[in-house]
Every structure is written in C-alpha cells, then in structure tokens.
Design a protein around this ligand. Structure first.
Ligand SMILES: [Zn+2]
Length: 114
C-alpha cells in the first residue's frame, strides 16, 4: 500500500521520539516505511519486511547520493503504528519492541499469557 502523507522537510524536522513525538503515518498500520522528504508511506506486513525495505532504500539512497548541496537527502524510517520505531526507543518507553526474537519482550509476553 502506498499512501502519500504531508511532506516533512528537513527545516521542519519533527521530534521522532519522546513525549512529543510526531505521528508520521497511520496508527492503524502496525508496520510501515516512511520516506522523509517525499512523505511516501508503504505499509508492510511485519517488522522484518519493514526493516529490510528501509535498509535497502537507505543503502540505495546512499550509493546514489552525489554529495551536491542541491541534491535532496532522504531517509527511510520504520514506523510502528504511525510513529518512528527503534528497538531501544520502544524498550526505554516500556513498550514491546515487536521483534519476535527479543528475549526481554518475549519474557513479558510469556508472563502475560500465563
Ligand atoms: Zn523487545
């Protein structure tokens, strides 16, 4: 799914983490990839696919960047429920990071089932 969101420019860089973090995507999409600059949003079925897609985009963008000051720089961000995701940020906020092989989150999930 490809949806266009309002464009976020580097001059108006939003807070990605913390109490005032900005909603970049859709809260009803668990996983997505968001491209800064264009605001393109690509829904993904899993964290693994979102991370792989973002990694491929970032590597490709870096490989083709010519360094010219007029060339736009863009980043691919993994979003979870519309917000920028990193494992460490989720853990610091006390949230499940979503990675199935995360030992600390798996322990919490197991405790919740019992
Ligand atoms: Zn975790």
């Amino acid at each position: 799914m490809n949806q266009t969101q309002p464009t976020t420019t580097l001059t108006s860089r939003p807070a990605l983490f913390g109490p005032n973090r900005v909603l970049l995507g859709n809260e009803d999409q668990e996983w997505a990839v968001y491209l800064t600059g264009t605001g393109d949003l690509f829904e993904k079925p899993s964290i693994e696919q979102a991370a792989a897609s973002a990694a491929e985009f970032n590597a490709s963008a870096y490989a083709t960047y010519d360094g010219h000051p007029m060339t736009p720089v863009t980043y691919a961000l993994v979003l979870r429920n519309g917000y920028a995701w990193t494992q460490s940020t989720e853990h610091r906020a006390g949230r499940d990071c979503g990675l199935t092989d995360c030992v600390s989150c798996a322990a919490v999930r197991m405790a919740a089932v019992q």
